[in-house]
Design a protein around this ligand. Structure first.
Ligand SMILES: [Zn+2]
Length: 116
């Protein structure tokens, strides 16, 4: 499962931020935004995070929360935007052009770390 790799990358980044800001003494929540059009799924990421966090002094105090970000395309012909839920739904609803590009919803990133 390739969620393991992305989760490891996220834990590395979380630990780095916690160390840089010296906030390891607090109970924290790490908010991760997961694009609906990315190739990752939420449940396996939470599963791997919990496994990794259990064995880690820093991460064991940090709860991971994953929010889903919808996909968005931009039409290159009429410049309108559309929310999409499926990677293949790339036709513009205004002008029916297929000359569109995905602008949001493909990435996974650590949005913020906050006190819980
Ligand atoms: Zn269009």
């Amino acid at each position: 499962m390739h969620e393991l790799d992305i989760t490891k990358q996220l834990t590395k980044k979380i630990k780095q931020i916690v160390k840089e800001n010296d906030i390891g003494k607090y109970n924290l929540r790490a908010i991760v935004e997961l694009g609906r059009l990315s190739t990752f799924s939420k449940e396996p990421m939470l599963h791997y995070y919990n496994l990794i966090a259990k064995e880690d002094d820093v991460l064991s105090k940090i709860k991971l929360e994953i929010t889903i970000k919808e996909g968005k395309i931009l039409c290159n012909d009429c410049k309108s935007e559309k929310i999409i839920y499926d990677f293949f739904d790339k036709v513009c609803e205004k002008c029916n052009s297929i000359n569109t590009e995905i602008r949001e919803g493909r990435d996974v990133f650590l949005k913020k770390i906050e006190k819980s």
